[in-house]
Ligand binder design. Structure first.
Ligand code: ADP
Ligand code: ADP
Length: 229
C-alpha cells in the first residue's frame, strides 16, 4: 500500500512542486496520474522511488518511510519499484533477453531463476520471438514492451509508468495499455501511470488522480477525465 500523508515538496529554488498531498493507493490498484506540465507528477514519482525526499509529511510504501531511508538502503528499496519511461532506455548493446536478465543479475538472482523468469516475462510481453534481437531491431511498440518486461522482471510491487505511450501511435498505445492491465491482473502489480493521453484515460476508465500546481485537484474512481490540456 502507498500512503502519502500531508506531503509537500519545496525545491531549493523555492518552487512548491507538491502541496499537502494526501493519498492512499491500495495493493494492485491501477491509477492514472494526470495534470499539466509542472503540476508535480514527476516529483510524485521521485518521492515514491526515493530520488527526492519530502520537505514535510511522509511517504509510506508498504510501511517503509521512503523519505527516511538511509542512502545505502535506497537501491534495495528500489527493487520494489519498477519504472518505465517514455523513451525506453534499453541498453543498446544487449539483446532483449540480456536487457531483462541484466535487471535480475543486478539484484543477484541465480542463473536458473533468471532464465526461467526472463522466458516467463518475454511470454507476458509477447516478445518470445524477439529474445535475441537488439533494441535497434525492434519497433517502438516492441521496445516499450521490452522496457516493461525489464521493469517487472524482479516482480516489483509497484510499477510506475511515466508516459509509456507518449511516443507511440494510438494502436500501439492500446497494446501497451492491454499489457499493463495484464500485468496488473496476473502479477497483482500496483500500477501508477502518468499520462497526457486523454483518449486513453477516457476510454479505459480507471482511478484518476489529477494534479495542478502541486495540489490534488481531483481523485476520481474510474470516472475518466473529460478535460483537455
Ligand atoms: P510535472 O512532472 O507535472 O511536469 P514536476 O514535478 O517535474 O512536474 O515539476 C513541478 C514543479 O517543480 C515545476 O515548477 C518544476 O519546474 C519544479 N521542479 C521540478 N524539479 C525541480 C528541481 N530539481 N529543482 C527545482 N525545481 C524543480
Ligand atoms: P509492433 O506491433 O510490435 O509494435 P510493428 O507493427 O511496428 O511492431 O512492426 C512490425 C515488424 O517490423 C516488427 O517485426 C519489427 O521488428 C519491424 N520493425 C518495425 N519498426 C522497425 C524499426 N524502426 N526498426 C527495425 N524494425 C522495425
Amino acid at each position: 500500500m502507498i500512503v502519502l500523508e500531508n506531503v509537500s515538496k519545496e525545491y531549493k529554488n523555492g518552487v512548491h512542486a507538491l502541496r499537502n498531498v494526501n493519498l492512499t493507493i491500495e495493493d494492485a490498484e491501477f491509477v492514472y496520474v494526470i495534470g499539466p506540465t509542472g503540476s508535480g507528477k514527476s516529483t510524485l514519482i521521485k518521492l515514491l522511488d526515493g530520488e527526492e525526499i519530502p520537505s514535510s509529511g511522509r511517504v509510506l510504501v508498504d510501511d517503509v518511510d521512503v523519505g527516511k531511508l538511509k542512502h545505502a538502503k535506497v537501491p534495495i528499496y528500489r527493487r520494489n519499484i519498477g519504472v518505465v519511461f517514455q523513451d525506453f532506455r534499453l541498453l543498446p548493446s544487449m539483446t532483449v533477453f540480456e536487457n531483462i536478465a541484466f535487471a535480475m543479475e543486478c539484484v543477484g538472482e541465480s542463473k536458473v531463476n533468471i532464465r526461467k523468469r526472463v522466458r516467463e516475462v518475454l511470454e507476458l510481453v509477447s516478445l518470445s520471438d524477439k529474445a535475441k534481437a537488439f533494441p535497434s531491431e525492434l519497433s517502438g511498440g516492441q521496445q516499450q514492451r521490452a522496457t516493461i518486461g525489464r521493469a517487472i522482471a524482479n516482480r516489483p510491487k509497484v510499477l510506475i509508468a511515466d508516459e509509456p505511450t507518449g511516443n507511440l501511435d494510438p494502436e500501439k498505445s492500446i497494446e501497451i495499455m492491454e499489457l499493463l492491465e495484464r500485468i496488473n491482473e496476473e502479477e497483482h502489480t500496483t500500477i501508477l501511470m502518468v499520462t497526457h493521453d486523454s483518449t486513453i484515460v477516457n476510454k479505459l476508465k480507471k482511478r484518476t488522480i489529477a494534479l495542478e500546481e502541486g495540489y490534488i485537484v481531483a481523485d476520481i474512481m474510474k470516472g475518466g477525465y473529460l478535460q483537455h490540456d
